[in-house]
Design a protein around this ligand. Structure first.
Ligand code: 1HN
Length: 348
């Protein structure tokens, strides 16, 4: 067919001409595409709660709810080129719902988790079930469930959201739908999930729901008590006293793609460094400490968020000799585990 075209005789011309057939010289890109170990362009970073809160309250003045499906400020990783992503797989933000506000109802295939930072009187409506959202609670938003939020209190409600949006976009599996009416009806008993699935060691006979945790609200008080009650002999060298929020029916991660943890760094504790192929975002629930990532130190206090990219050496330290420090975290570890790609290395 192309006999009238002269074939190139030197390799640079050959490579330069390949794109007209949508071909790429694979040997030129192999080392970059398959590096000896992960080389995340995501950077370690921290967002101070005071800064984020000030900007969020300003958004509250300038952006009425009808102009924003959700009033959120995304924690944009400075290494990800301005994309709304905190790690290559996880999108996270801080959200404001002002007193008296109710958000629109929608559903999407990205899974959401929320960790409440401030305010009393806010609630989530998930698939027709209303539940309170108090400070320190973890509240799950399963894939494709109709959901909305409201604030019945007198103060701003502010929380941390994490969604697996970048992962689903990479997979071209992201769908979104707005609810056709203004409000989704309350079709289930208030906090039925907590009543049925939130009682330690006792579950409804026969009821084991698929890959999503049937428990949606993990309240702060029992979680904090469980951390306090944990015997010192269970301390982990890298994470000190750490517990995972689990799917009560399986003991596995609370969502298929994101796992959540709560850890207590005992006063004066300094952990040993390790690294793993999961990325994580930490939210400081209590106290003051320091996380060191690849030699860079981030001094944090309550409400601050810190991002840990994949395969970075990291350790945590409680800066107080008398008070506990508590970190909530969300990671993509279930994805890595499911695909046989989870690796972890301890500092020698
Ligand atoms: C969403 O639905 C919520 O329901 C929060 O609170 C953050 C970010 C992107 C897309 C949907 C929520 C979101 C979101």
């Amino acid at each position: 067919m192309d006999q009238h075209v002269t074939d190139p005789t030197n390799v640079d011309d050959f490579i330069g001409g390949l794109d007209q057939w949508n071909l790429i010289a694979g040997w030129k890109v192999l080392a970059q595409e398959v590096p000896p170990e992960p080389t995340s362009t995501a950077q370690p970073a921290m967002w101070r709660y005071g800064d984020v809160r000030r900007q969020l309250l300003l958004a509250g003045e300038l952006v009425p709810p009808q102009d924003a499906e959700r009033r959120i400020l995304v924690l944009g990783n400075p290494g990800l080129g301005g994309r709304p992503a905190t790690t290559p797989t996880i999108f996270s933000d801080i959200q404001l719902v002002k007193p008296g506000e109710v958000t629109g109802t929608h559903r999407h295939t990205p899974t959401a988790i929320r960790f409440m930072i401030e305010g009393t009187g806010s609630y989530a409506m998930t698939a027709g079930e209303k539940m309170s959202q108090d400070v320190g609670d973890l509240v799950l938003g399963p894939s494709w469930g109709w959901h909305s939020h409201g604030n019945l209190g007198d103060d701003p409600a502010i929380w941390f959201d994490a969604l697996d949006i970048p992962l689903l976009k990479m997979l071209d599996a992201s769908f979104f739908e707005a609810y056709p009416e203004e409000h989704h009806p309350e079709t289930r008993p208030y906090e039925d999930n907590l009543a049925a699935f939130g009682t330690a060691g006792l579950l409804p006979a026969g009821g084991r729901n698929g890959s999503y945790s049937p428990l949606l609200r993990y309240p702060w008080a029992p979680a904090r008590r469980a951390l306090a009650d944990l015997d010192d002999s269970r301390a982990d060298a890298h994470d000190d006293m750490i517990l995972e929020y689990v799917h009560p029916g399986t003991g596995g991660p609370c969502t298929p793609t994101m796992a959540c943890y709560l850890q207590r760094l005992r006063p004066g504790n300094a952990s040993q460094a390790h690294r793993h192929t999961s990325s994580a975002i930490y939210v400081v629930a209590e106290g003051a400490g320091r996380t060191t990532i690849n030699g860079e130190s981030f001094d944090w206090e309550q409400g601050d968020t810190v991002v840990l990219p994949s395969w970075c050496w990291h350790s945590h330290e409680n800066r107080s000799d008398s008070a506990d420090a508590v970190l909530f975290s969300v990671t993509d570890r279930p994805v890595l585990k499911a695909l046989g790609l989870y690796r972890e290395e301890a500092e020698a």
